[in-house]
Structure formats: C-alpha cells, structure tokens
Design a protein around this ligand. Structure first.
Ligand code: FES
Length: 312
C-alpha cells in the first residue's frame, strides 16, 4: 500500500523524556485497521524512517498515537521528533504492521514492560479489558517520573505492579512472574534488549506462550561479541562469552558488584571504565557520558573493543 500522509495533531508530555504524538491522515480518510501490538514506520522529513508502537485503541479509526522516548543511544529518530516536530507538521507513514500479536483467546495474559516498552503493552491491556480477559501488568522504569502512561493504565481493571529502582522499590523478578502465573497464561514483554534476553531465559513455559517485541535497532543479545575484561584493582582478567553479561561474568568470578534491575534502568551497576570502548545499551547515560566512555552499566552493556579495563 502507498504510505499515508499524516499530520501531527497534538503533542503531550507523558514522562521524563517521553512525549506522545497524535497523528491523523491529511485526507480525512479513516486510517487502515490495526491490532494491539502494531507499529507504524514514520518517514521523517530529515530522511530517517523509524518504527513506533501504536498506543491508541484500534477501534479509534480517526488517527494514530505513538509515544517516543528521547533515546540518547538511539539513531536520531527520537531526538528529531522531540527537538523538531511540532503540531501541524506533515510526514509520511507506512500502514501498520504487527510482529507482536496478542492471543486474544487466552484467559490469562501476563504483560511485562520496561521503560518505553510500555507502548505496545498499553494497547494490549486496553484490548484485553474490552474482551473481559484477565491480565496482570508488571511495569518497571527508572522511577515513577520516568513511567509513561501509568496513570491511565492504572484505571483499567487489570492488576498493575510497578518497580522503580531509583525510588527504592524492589527490582522486578522475572522468574517469579513465570512461577506465579496461572496455568495456560500467555506472557508478553517489551523493553530493553537485556530485559528481553533475561525474560526469555527466565521462561518456564513453552515458547508458544512467550512473546517479545524488540525495539527497532536492538540486537539479540546483551553482549553479542564477547570480550576480555581487565580488573585494574583486582589484577585479574576475565573472559565474557558472547551472550553473557559482563555483570554475570564478574559475579561468576566472585567479584562484588552492586546491581538491581539488570536491565540498564536503575544505575546500580555503574562502573568506571579506564580503557576500552563500551557498547552502551542502558537507558541512563546521556550523550556526553556515552561519548566520553568513562562509565558503563555492566548489567546490559558490552564492548566494541576487544577488551575493557574496569576500575574494579
Ligand atoms: S543493574 Fe540496574 S542498570 Fe545495571
């Protein structure tokens, strides 16, 4: 299908660094139908094309709504939307696509969201509510102030449990979520790459019941290359295998490192980098911190250099 031309109708602040954008077709036609979990690709005026989950109910045929986090580690689409797009701007959007389908027939659904990963989950919670299904949401973000759409989703009849490490709440325990879920439940997760890897590793049910959505641009593992990590104070050098987090390699070696969320959300595992280039995957560091490479979150970030020297 031909891309649609859409106009920005309104922009709302949803949380720290997160804004939502209302989009309607310029020709006043109804929008193509979509299901919860769907996303649209926007063709931005600066030449970038980026995909964003749709958060509005599918039955609202007048327009789309997306929520976008300014991602310091992203490839520029979110910064462009935050810094340059204003109400009235027009750009092209592909018709919605969906790789994150909701199993509407399931009696129980377990929804897990990390940070801006709440966006497709939010649409799913609305649909499940409309269908009268049982659902439970586990939602983690750096802090309450970073949690978009929480107020709205908390008014729905499903159970919502939040985890905000910066506010001192306990960290999300993904294994416990699987262990405590009702039989036959389907599990959905959207969030940072490290969280998705941990979610899959924690699953105690058939993969037919486990569904994830990766943000565009995310790679499949926390630390896909593997690397060597020299410990400047300890004196040892450890090997981190492909797919293993630096945090796990450190803990396996008996090195004491503070951690909490394991997902690049809380900052507890921040570690000084003395040499080497980290592959930052967290949701905490700003542009300058990523460029100077003086610190990294060892729970979720890897290395682009063959080795790193850490102040441990
Ligand atoms: S443990 Fe939370 S950012 Fe690493």
């Amino acid at each position: 299908m031909q891309p649609l031309e859409v106009r920005v109708t309104d922009i709302r602040r949803e949380a720290i660094d997160i804004r939502s954008y209302g989009l309607t077709p310029v020709d006043d036609h109804r929008i193509p139908a979509f299901d919860p979990g769907a996303h649209i690709k926007l063709h931005l005026p600066n030449g970038m094309a980026r995909s964003y989950s749709l958060i509005n109910p599918p039955e609202n045929g007048d327009g789309y709504r997306i929520a976008v986090k300014r991602d310091a580690a992203g490839r520029g689409g979110s910064s462009y939307l935050h810094d340059h797009v204003k109400v009235g701007d027009i750009f092209k959007a592909d018709t919605p696509a969906n790789n994150f389908h909701l199993r509407e027939e399931a009696e129980h659904s377990i929804l897990v969201a990390g940070g801006i990963g709440i966006t497709p989950i939010y649409a799913m919670a609305h649909r499940l509510t409309d269908l009268g299904r049982n659902w439970r949401l586990y939602y983690t973000a750096r802090s309450l102030a970073h949690a978009a759409l929480l107020e709205s989703i908390s008014t729905l009849p499903g159970k919502v449990q939040t985890f905000f490490p910066e506010d001192g709440t306990p960290a999300l325990d993904l294994r416990a979520i699987f262990d405590n879920a009702p039989a036959g439940a389907h599990f959905y997760c959207c969030g940072p790459a490290g969280m998705l890897d941990h979610f899959i590793a924690s699953a105690t049910v058939s993969s037919d019941f486990v569904h994830i959505e990766r943000f565009s641009g995310q790679t499949g593992t926390i630390n896909d290359r593997g690397c060597r990590v020299k410990l400047a104070r300890d004196g040892r050098t450890i090997s981190v295998s492909p797919g293993q987090s630096i945090l796990d390699a450190l803990l396996d070696t008996g090195i004491k490192v503070e951690f909490s969320c394991r997902e690049g959300l809380c900052g507890a595992c921040e570690t000084k980098v003395l040499k080497g280039i980290p592959d930052h995957r967290d949701f905490i560091l700003d542009d300058e911190q990523r460029e100077t490479n003086r610190v990294m979150m060892v729970c979720c970030s890897g290395a682009t250099s063959d080795s790193l020297t850490l102040d441990l």
